[in-house]
Design a binder for this molecule. Structure first.
Ligand code: GLY
Ligand code: MN
Ligand code: MN
Length: 373
């Protein structure tokens, strides 16, 4: 796995300083593992980070001893703190916060558990901290939303490899196979392509199951002349890519083909609407408008897309406008999916999903796979 080099991480740290100042905090307790990975290049299933004015104090445990120590050598802003066996992260965080009494300490309200928040506030109060913890939102996520050059290289590589996996599975005769066997084949192909793991549970849904946007692969055998929805993604160097194709098994059926073409048309309309400065809900509206014109508006039951990065679902949210919420406009450097779909219960459904980079003057497809089989 390639890790971000120190100069890339240093630029992220430089961007974090003004973001913290703008929120009036001196120290930030980071408990989102993706945010920790973004800021430090340390990938682990358990960790906490204290961003202080001078350093990144990274807490982790013995399972990550070597990786943690190596991070401290490769990126000297990181001060590794390995928990002694049996110690709790909660107690270690209180200890690590000790020297920062009197400073303004922020926490990530979307990621800190209620239990940990209660523990920290109680313990710090018992130690005489007069100021509480300041709740923050999206301090690090706001930096992550525009990908830097290093991230874009990872995402381009992932999208290219994912496209090869799609071409492989689309070239196979699926008739007679169980959905879960096809899913297993896709997962093995992801590994062969170099991905560390699937980005989410692979979806293979045939016939009436294709009417379930997130159907679980089941024991059903794929039949002739039906729609099969294949949705899969991979994690490469920590970065997620995500792709859906819907195929019609031979001999094909005119209605099934037409529905796929209509979804492809909606996706093209969404792509044409992507540009810096555009509202994400305009992009959603472009796809939705096409499907409404085909009489399929009610069958499009989810948003048009989502951001991609260290998380498979991250900002921006490309969906209908929410009452009282103004989504930030699209910016160059964002990477997102465009994935309109239609679902007709009892009959089937179709979704087509590709990954897109917002460029200075529009958009660029990152995935590259035929859409009509
Ligand atoms: N399968 C997850 C997604 O496409 O968003
Ligand atoms: Mn997706
Ligand atoms: Mn998907």
């Amino acid at each position: 796995m390639r890790l971000p080099p120190a100069d890339v991480l240093a630029r992220r740290a430089d961007s974090l300083v003004p973001a913290m100042q703008a929120r009036g905090i001196d120290v930030l307790v980071v408990t989102s593992l993706s945010n920790i990975a973004y800021l430090t290049g340390f990938f682990a299933s358990a960790a906490a980070l204290l961003v202080t004015p001078a350093e990144f104090i990274v807490l982790s445990d013995g399972r990550y001893s070597q990786a943690l120590a190596a991070r401290g050598l490769e990126y000297t802003r990181v001060r590794p703190v390995e928990l002694i066996p049996g110690a709790s992260y909660d107690a270690a965080l209180v200890d690590a916060l000790g020297p920062y009494r009197g400073l303004r300490v922020g926490v990530e309200a979307s990621h800190l558990t209620v239990n940990r928040y209660r523990y920290l506030t109680t313990e710090l109060a018992m130690r005489g901290w007069a100021t509480g913890l300041i709740e923050t939102a999206d301090v690090v996520e706001a930096l992550r939303v525009r990908k830097d050059g290093w991230e874009l290289a990872r995402l381009r590589d992932g999208a290219s490899r994912l496209s090869d996996v799609a071409k492989y599975i689309m070239s196979k005769d699926l008739v007679g196979l169980h959905e879960y066997d096809v899913a297993g084949d896709i997962d093995a192909a992801l590994r062969r392509a170099g991905f560390a793991r699937p980005a989410f549970d692979t979806i293979v849904a045939g016939g009436p199951n294709a009417a379930l946007p997130h159907g679980r692969p089941a024991g059903r055998r794929i039949e002739r002349g039906e729609l099969v929805l294949l949705d899969f993604g991979g994690v490469l160097d920590g970065y997620c890519t995500d792709l859906t194709r819907t195929v019609v098994t031979p001999p094909g059926e005119a209605r099934a083909r037409r529905v796929i073409e209509q979804v492809v048309d909606a996706q093209a309309a969404a792509f044409a609407a992507v540009a810096p400065g555009r509202a994400p809900d305009d992009v959603d509206g472009a796809a939705r408008g096409r499907l409404e014109a085909f009489g399929l508006g009610a069958a499009f039951t989810h948003g048009t897309g989502h951001g991609l990065g260290l998380d498979v679902h991250e900002a921006p949210r490309v969906s209908r406008r929410r009452e009282g919420v103004v989504e930030p406009a699209l910016e160059a450097g964002m990477v997102l999916t465009l994935e309109p779909g239609v679902y007709l219960p009892g009959w089937g459904g179709a979704r087509i999903e590709d990954d897109v980079l917002v460029t200075e003057d529009g958009a660029e497809w990152l995935t590259d796979v035929p859409r009509l089989g």
